[in-house]
Write a protein that binds this ligand. Structure first.
Ligand code: HEC
Ligand code: HEC
Length: 243
């Protein structure tokens, strides 16, 4: 009798942990509604897929970022910042604040849950050769690797200090930057350096970017756009999908 009571209560605790874990995992977002918004748009917001790509892998020609598996908490924060004019992009992304305002709080959680559920999608990496041929100043990935994993002494901290090995992300605070689109990476690093993107908590990214040269930015972006998430020596799989 005693034993079964104990088992029942421990089962209840486990169930509670599983339920709260599950709702955290989904970011309290409904991925099915998120998919509808992503593929069909909502009100004045155009279908997200038309710029961010069918698999939310981004598009260099549009300067549109990959949204898949960055961490849904991060994506919700960006949509809130865009809707509240705390992040005001220039260029092709100048439409984003207007689109974000079309989505209510639940829509933002839903679309973020959807793009974060696309983790298993096949990587679609930036085509650096094509970008170079089109006249983009594509950097040297080897030099970028040094900055990502070791930094520049006295000038720039290693990106992996916050974004983890090869920039694979440390959700919920630090988004995955590995396999992000080249053009978008360059644009963001320049925007932080100039202070035109200023929605990073405690100015962390503005601090990081202030000593980066144009060449450093091209190098880091070239490396990150192709960076592997794991190596044989470091096989921990990113867990962004939980957040
Ligand atoms: C007309 C093209 C276009 C459409 C349509 C579009 N976006 Fe964007 N989006 C962009 C661009 C370009 C940026 C990059 C802005 C910048 O450079 O800061 C962006 C940035 C974002 C970001 C910031 C991502 C990050 O990594 O910080 C989020 C989130 C986002 N969009 C979500 C959406 C959602 C959700 C929809 C659909 C409701 C949508 N976008 C529709 C072009 C578009
Ligand atoms: C001290 C911690 C810290 C370090 C070190 C750091 N970052 Fe970040 N990074 C952040 C934070 C925090 C954010 C999220 C900002 C926000 O909430 O908008 C971020 C966001 C980014 C983004 C935006 C991703 C997106 O999808 O929009 C890029 C790109 C980025 N960092 C690149 C780098 C690079 C490159 C380095 C190394 C040169 C670096 N970071 C080092 C804290 C850090």
């Amino acid at each position: 009798m005693r034993k079964s009571k104990f088992m029942l209560s421990s089962w209840l605790v486990m169930a509670a942990v599983m339920v709260s874990g599950a709702s955290y995992a989904a970011g309290a977002g409904n991925a099915a509604n998120g998919k509808t918004i992503f593929t069909q748009g909502k009100g004045a917001a155009a279908p997200c897929a038309s710029c961010h790509g069918e698999n939310a892998m981004g598009n260099d020609a549009m300067g549109a970022p990959r949204l898949a598996n960055l961490g849904s908490t991060y994506v919700v924060k960006q949509l809130n910042d865009l809707a509240n004019d705390k992040r005001v992009p220039e260029g092709a992304g100048a439409v984003m604040p207007m689109f974000a305002k079309e989505l209510n709080d639940q829509d933002r959680r839903d679309v973020s849950a959807y793009v974060n559920s696309l983790e298993a999608a096949k990587p679609e990496l930036s085509d650096l050769k094509a970008l170079k041929e089109a006249g983009e100043p594509v950097g040297n990935p080897g030099k970028g690797n040094e900055i990502v994993n070791f930094g520049v002494t006295g000038k720039v901290p290693a990106c992996q200090g916050c974004h983890q090995y090869n920039g694979r992300g440390a959700a919920p605070l630090y988004p995955q930057i590995a396999q992000q689109k080249y053009t978008y990476l360059v644009n963001q690093l320049k925007a932080w350096r100039a202070g035109t993107r200023a929605n990073d908590s405690m100015g962390q990214m503005r601090q990081v970017a202030k000593n980066l040269t144009d060449e450093d930015i091209a190098n880091v972006s070239a490396y990150l756009s192709q960076a592997r998430l794991t190596t044989s020596g470091n096989s921990r799989v990113p867990e962004n999908a939980k957040y």
